[in-house]
Design a protein around this ligand. Structure first.
Ligand code: MRU
Length: 349
């Protein structure tokens, strides 16, 4: 599936390296960056060469395989012990997306059974995880699209597309599936300051698939809804916790509040690898704060008045009560709460 799917691939394994489509340069330039060490992989995740919760999990999984190969070459006796520092480094690259830890832990669980060279086993596990992510997105696309009435228009936030995953996307997977079923009238994408994932990435990605897209400034969302122009807000997530609270790109919470005010439905599409049942409620999710300069500048040019400071949390938490549906590869959770989340994840309450 990895070789056939999608016209562009944000993450690939390329013989000796993890190969990443540099998302900092899109849509203007299409350049791949080759990461040949754990240090380079962790740096690429931190610097947002690759971004989006599932995509950074997949990248980290290939990074673990890369690290194990290096550690085994250095010492066949101590590679397991020495690899621990690499796992820590990868896990520390970004704090909010649980998929990063989930992927590292999944590869870690394979370590004990390995005799001899760990690389083939871990590379195979990373590839499997990558393929499973694409399959999950295709399933979510189908399920999410089933909720949307023909002739609807939708608003999405940030980029939760193929670029942010193994392929097809979560929120954009639902939008792709709904479009191919002829259900959608207009797809609105908000620009998503300060990184402009909507304007740069979502718009580019949808246009690659000949899906027309209409950009709006984030401040236009209330007025868009007020005019009755959208029926669904559809977003992805970086972490969904045990009571159904949802962490996603800063600005998601505002959209959920606005959606409820205007009778617009709010859907979160995310694989179960994004669900963290170890955290009870959204207030305990670590929220990444990034460099204020990301906000003070635009396209590398300072735009804010000299001397102005900035507060730059890059995720927020939407309370479960504002969510109409969480869609995973296992099914649809309508009006999520702790009981429904536990049942969905097969956990005792
Ligand atoms: O800072 P980013 O670009 O990594 O943030 C990405 C998002 O917030 C996405 O909506 C989320 O990871 C879901 S991606 C399928």
């Amino acid at each position: 599936m990895l070789d056939q799917y999608d016209t562009f691939k944000p993450v690939m394994w390329d013989d000796e390296a993890v190969c990443l489509l540099d998302q900092r340069l899109l849509p203007g330039q299409h350049q791949y960056m080759y990461c040949r060490s754990v240090v380079e992989v962790a740096q690429a995740i931190r610097d947002m060469v690759v971004r989006g919760a599932p995509a950074i999990g997949i990248t980290a999984a290939y990074g673990v395989a890369l690290g194990a190969r290096q550690r085994y070459a250095e010492s066949a006796a101590n590679w397991r012990h020495n690899l621990e520092a690499d796992l820590q480094q990868l896990a520390g690259a970004r704090p909010t997306a649980i998929n990063l830890y989930w992927a590292i832990e999944r590869l870690r669980r394979r370590l004990d059974e390995i005799h001899g060279d760990p690389f083939p086993v871990l590379l195979e596990e990373a590839r499997t995880l990558h393929e499973e992510d694409i399959a999950a997105n295709l399933k979510m696309g189908e399920l999410g699209a089933s909720l949307i009435a023909p002739g609807s228009s939708v608003l999405t936030h940030c980029n939760a597309g193929a670029l942010a995953t193994g392929g097809h996307g979560t929120a954009l997977g639902v939008i792709r599936s709904a479009c191919s079923g002829g259900k959608l009238d207009t797809v609105y994408a908000d620009e998503t300051r300060p990184w402009l994932q909507g304007a740069r990435l979502t718009a580019w990605e949808l246009l690659q698939d000949q899906i027309p897209v209409t950009l709006v400034a984030e401040g236009a969302a209330a007025w868009l809804m007020r005019q009755g122009k959208v029926q669904w807000v559809i977003v992805g997530s970086d972490r969904i916790v045990a009571n159904g609270d949802v962490a996603n790109k800063i600005g998601t919470y505002s959209l959920a509040v606005l959606a409820r005010r205007h009778g617009v439905k709010f859907m979160v599409a995310a694989p179960t690898s994004t669900i963290d049942m170890a955290i009870g409620e959204g207030g305990a999710i670590p929220i990444e704060q990034r460099d204020p300069h990301e906000l003070l500048s635009c396209g590398g040019q300072r735009v804010a008045a000299d001397g102005a400071g900035a507060w730059n949390p890059v995720f927020d938490v939407t309370p479960a009560e504002l969510v109409d549906a969480i869609v995973t590869e296992r099914g649809i959770i309508e009006q999520p709460d702790a009981g429904k989340m536990a049942q969905h994840m097969g956990e005792p309450r």
